[in-house]
Design a protein around this ligand. Structure first.
Ligand SMILES: Cc1cc2nc3c(=O)[nH]c(=O)nc-3n(C[C@H](O)[C@H](O)[C@H](O)COP(=O)(O)OP(=O)(O)OC[C@H]3O[C@@H](n4cnc5c(N)ncnc54)[C@H](O)[C@@H]3O)c2cc1C
Length: 746
């Protein structure tokens, strides 16, 4: 049998996932021959990280990356990778359970009367392996789970109200409302527990036709809960109308009670405010899921709205709930600020609602999982090792510059030629990309120059060339020094490849696939409608722990926070001291603490590729933002890091041999390159996402977090699902991808 020659361009999560599944069967090489071309010296794309040998082999990331316990497909994949790789016990992260650890402690920042208040949330650990979870749960499952939480929150609110001696009694006199309550009661009568006096009175009022029916918020929500439980999966058209009216009635009643009894205490009573926010948001989401018939038509039907817009439309309180810390925190998490404009948040309601519900209700183990080294070390090094062992070929330092369309023997459009620029020549035939840090195979933060042609290696270092940069002047320097352009490699269809898996990100398409966009309007539409945003990240190494810096909230587990909803332009902070022992600092000068900050980066104008100064300028903006953060904002979280309102710069860890001030020794970066920009889900954009084989080109498969999956958002899980989809399109495996139908009509 003839092997199918597969060329993969790019080594991000999606492309590497595709390669993992394409090589799962033992006899895969009888069917396929796979070569990966990657620009620069490392795999990982937006998730790439590097070890900096000049600074204690510290980890340098593109930005904070965490996994959620609801990333079923990602955990399944990484479990497979670690199991099949079977690293020796001498490797510190030889199992996925060591490489990723559950994390439960989240903090959200609320700005109340111009003061930052911290809302600490310690999520429960849920037993089980996230790889064995499921994202295939129906909207009704979400409704029932959300109602169970609502029940808990309303109970707690009622308890506080009872203590404060505010009323919890609700009365109903209108005949129409009494009719609805009677309908509710009839549906669930046989399961109602009448042991409490309140329920007994409610039942008596209804059955005896009392003029006024008395209930309480928790009673109503508990009855609603029972009604929905009974109706799961069997909502009939005849009962639907009445059930909806019952829900509206209860929601209206609860909201009126909230407004009458709670609103005034919101600013001074944090506990009440937070319960209110949770309950009010849950109600708005429940109303929206039902009113907009999401349970019938799938989450895509509400993607025409921005999430906040949709919550507002469904009755959420604007001041406290729509602009609450959880909602801001969610927008921060998905960098949902087109052009990095924090005044114009925008994320599709269907995508956001589904993501929030999955994150909160579908997780196993921790709500989040933290990687116990760099993302490159924990994810991409084992994938690289496994794929190499299996016989996949990796060609580094090859940058895609152009794709040429053509037609096949039947006249159907295909990709005919792939043009790559060879960025550097190797000394030997193969590049060995990993370095050993304390027995862990890792990616370095720079190319391993000793493996490159020595003259080129020297030039690259002398000119501080970044081979991942879109704005690199390396082609010019090369031309000036060698009197010829960088070598070009052409791959021709049939001779060199049969199938192309394109794993670069969506913002790269206009630069590398212009001629394809001119032929395929749907691909062109996807390239313009699925937007991306620049992001910024900084990492600090410190001489004191968070507690010594004045951080006040530490749960029993001792975990440091992953905190969001904070002041722009750095809205997210993660305490990362867990990584100190994975780095290799000198014993007598080790940092005590590591802090990662991350957020969207304001940038609405990307200059042409020959504006070589742009990366330096934009990186300087990030440095400024970092200094401002320390000068002005971190006092809210680290009050003891300040003396007379001035940040104590001595707190930054430094190495005397570096001969530069401590601030210069920290790490910061601007992710502005087309393929490094974070993929957004702005309202109305998901409809333009194509599936992996959705272009007109019969030998082209797209892959990345920007294609159509059951997530449609920029995250590891979406990228993994995309890679699985791509592999399935080639070889039919894997047949099943958890959660992939969420946006389809049910
Ligand atoms: C700062 C930041 C923080 C994030 N945090 C999280 C998080 O906490 N949790 C989470 O789930 N997700 C997070 N994400 C999103 C996550 O990183 C992405 O969803 C995921 O990495 C996308 O993978 P991908 O395969 O789609 O694309 P990419 O990672 O973009 O991969 C593209 C690949 O193509 C290569 N490439 C590009 N151009 C060329 C070319 N011309 N020639 C050859 N190769 C090329 C790249 O080098 C790369 O290998 C974050 C993203 C960013 C930017």
């Amino acid at each position: 049998m003839q092997q199918e020659k597969i060329t993969i361009i790019g080594g991000g999560v999606a492309a590497m996932t595709a390669a993992v599944y394409l090589t799962e069967q033992d006899d895969w090489q009888q069917h396929r021959d796979i070569t990966v071309y990657q620009q620069g010296w490392r795999l990982g794309g937006k998730g790439a990280s590097g070890r900096n040998a000049e600074y204690g082999q510290r980890i340098e990331e593109h930005g904070l990356h965490v996994w959620f316990g609801a990333y079923v497909n990602s955990f399944k994949t990484i479990e497979t990778v670690y199991d099949k790789l079977n690293r020796p016990a001498s490797c510190p992260l030889n199992t996925w359970q060591k490489a990723l650890q559950p994390h439960s402690f989240i903090a959200l920042q609320e700005l109340i009367a111009n003061e930052w208040q911290t809302w600490p949330i310690d999520f429960p650990l849920i037993p089980g392996n996230p790889a064995q979870g499921s994202l295939d749960i129906s909207v009704w499952d979400f409704v029932t789970m959300a109602l169970a939480w609502l029940h808990k929150w309303v109970d707690e609110i009622e308890h506080i109200c009872t203590e404060k001696k505010t009323t919890t009694q609700l009365t109903t006199k209108k005949l129409r409302d009494q009719f609805l309550l009677r309908h509710l009661y009839q549906q669930i009568e046989d399961v109602v527990d009448k042991s409490s006096a309140a329920v007994q009175r409610f039942a008596d009022d209804l059955t005896q036709g009392a003029r006024e029916i008395v209930s309480t918020p928790s009673l109503l929500i508990s009855q609603l809960n029972q009604l929905v439980h009974r109706q799961v999966g069997q909502v009939t058209n005849s009962s639907e109308q009445k059930d909806r009216l019952v829900i509206w009635y209860i929601v209206r009643k609860l909201k009126r009670w909230f407004n009458a009894e709670l609103i005034e205490s919101m600013d001074e009573n944090a506990e009440l405010r937070r319960l209110f926010i949770c309950a009010d948001l849950a109600i708005a989401m429940l109303v929206g899921l039902i009113k907009d018939k999401v349970y019938r038509d799938g989450f895509a039907v509400i993607n025409q709205y921005d999430f906040r817009e949709w919550l507002l439309k469904n009755g959420a309180n604007q001041q406290y709930s729509v602009n609450s810390a959880p909602i801001r925190g969610f927008y921060d998490l998905v960098f949902a600020y087109p052009n990095g404009d924090f005044s114009k948040p925008n994320v599709e309601a269907g995508v956001a609602a589904l993501a929030m519900l999955r994150i909160g209700l579908c997780y196993r183990g921790g709500v989040m999982w933290k990687m116990q080294a760099g993302m490159g070390d924990v994810i991409f090094a084992p994938i690289y090792e496994l794929l190499s062992k299996r016989g996949v070929k990796f060609v580094f330092f090859h940058q895609l510059t152009d794709l040429t369309p053509g037609v096949d023997a039947q006249g159907r459009p295909i990709v005919e030629r792939i043009q790559l620029c060879q960025q550097a020549s190797l000394k030997e035939t193969v590049y060995q990309p990993l370095v050993d840090v304390k027995n862990l195979p890792c990616w370095p933060s720079n190319p391993l120059y000793h493996q490159l042609d020595p003259v080129q290696a020297q030039l690259l270092q002398d000119n501080d060339i970044n081979l991942e940069s879109f704005w690199s002047n390396w082609p010019k320097i090369y031309q000036d020094n060698f009197n010829q352009p960088l070598p070009i490699k052409q791959l021709n269809v049939a001779d060199d490849f049969d199938t192309l898996i394109l794993g670069v990100s969506v913002a790269s398409l206009p630069h590398v696939a212009k001629k394809l966009l001119a032929i395929d309007p749907a691909l062109a539409k996807q390239a313009t409608e699925v937007q991306s945003v620049a992001t910024q990240a900084c990492q600090l190494w410190l001489n004191k722990t968070d507690q010594q810096l004045g951080w006040q909230y530490t749960p029993a587990s001792g975990e440091g926070p992953i905190l969001s909803g904070f002041v722009e332009p750095f809205d997210t902070w993660a305490a990362m001291a867990n990584l100190i022992d994975k780095e290799a600092w000198p014993d007598n000068n080790s940092p005590q603490n590591i802090a990662y900050f991350c957020s969207a980066l304001s940038c609405d104008d990307y200059p042409p590729a020959n504006d070589y100064a742009f990366p330096v300028q934009i990186k300087a903006t990030v440095k400024n933002n970092m200094i401002n953060l320390l000068n002005n904002d971190m006092s809210a979280l680290w009050p003891l890091a300040y003396q007379h309102n001035q940040f104590d710069w001595q707190l930054l860890h430094s190495q005397p041999i570096a001969h530069v001030p401590a601030i210069e020794q920290q790490y910061w970066r601007a992710n502005v390159d087309p393929s490094e920009r974070y993929v957004l889900s702005v309202k109305g954009s998901s409809q333009y996402r194509l599936t992996t084989d959705g272009t007109v080109f019969t030998n082209l498969l797209l892959t990345g977090d920007w294609i159509k999956t059951g997530v449609n958002a920029g995250c590891v899980e979406a990228a993994v699902m995309a890679g699985m989809q791509t592999s399935r399109a080639v070889c039919g495996y894997p047949e099943y991808i958890s959660g992939e139908d969420a946006f389809n009509t049910h």
